[in-house]
Design a protein around this ligand. Structure first.
Ligand code: ADP
Length: 173
């Protein structure tokens, strides 16, 4: 297949940390593309709780088993990243109405900068529509139970990170 015929997507986010909702979107969307890049934004101005390396590591473990998915990091405009990767699609998850306004604005700005780039929105599954990284962070800080809210393969790693950072296990202890 010629490279220009290859369906390449980039799925950006802060992933601070990845949740079951993110993984649900990645798993459902990656089937429609040949190559699917999950791009972790450095986002220092958002002061993420987890380092870029920690966020990338948790994502890598979570997508293990999805053969066309690659986890990368970036610290530039999304359109620049897409151009560098040869991606013609941006994939975003959409939860409640509250996500819509911001995502609609971003999609329009990106399309203005590169009209060949299309943004695709994947609706959140009902069970994850109220799940956010910030909810997981809040639970983790206070030792709440994060089971089911994050991919099972990273639950222990994440509990360990919470324990190291806040002295709690994230298991309701
Ligand atoms: P958050 O908004 O939780 O901090 P990110 O900045 O990492 O997450 O968002 C990356 C993308 O994932 C955004 O498009 C966001 O709408 C989407 N997303 C986040 N949580 C969920 C979820 N539970 N279900 C579906 N999509 C989600």
């Amino acid at each position: 297949m010629a490279d220009r015929d290859c369906r390449v997507a980039v799925c950006p986010g802060t992933f601070d940390p990845i949740t079951s909702g993110h993984l649900d979107i990645i798993g459902r969307a990656c089937r429609f593309f040949d190559r699917f890049y999950v791009a972790v934004a450095e986002n220092p101005y958002k002061s993420p709780m987890f380092t870029l390396e920690e966020r990338q590591d948790l994502l890598r473990k979570s997508v293990d088993g999805l053969p066309n998915v690659e986890v990368i990091t970036f610290d530039c405009l999304l359109v620049e990243l897409a151009d560098k990767l040869g991606a013609n699609a941006i994939v975003k998850g959409l939860r409640a109405i509250s996500d819509f306004e911001y995502e609609f604005q971003m999609a329009q700005i990106n399309s203005r900068m590169d009209s060949s780039l299309e943004t695709f929105f994947v609706m959140a599954s009902t069970e994850y529509s109220f799940l956010s990284s910030s909810a997981v962070r809040e639970l983790g800080i206070y030792g709440g139970d994060i089971r089911g809210l994050v991919p099972p393969q990273i639950e222990e790693d994440l509990n360990e990170l919470f324990r190291r950072k806040f002295g709690r296990t994230g298991k309701g202890a």
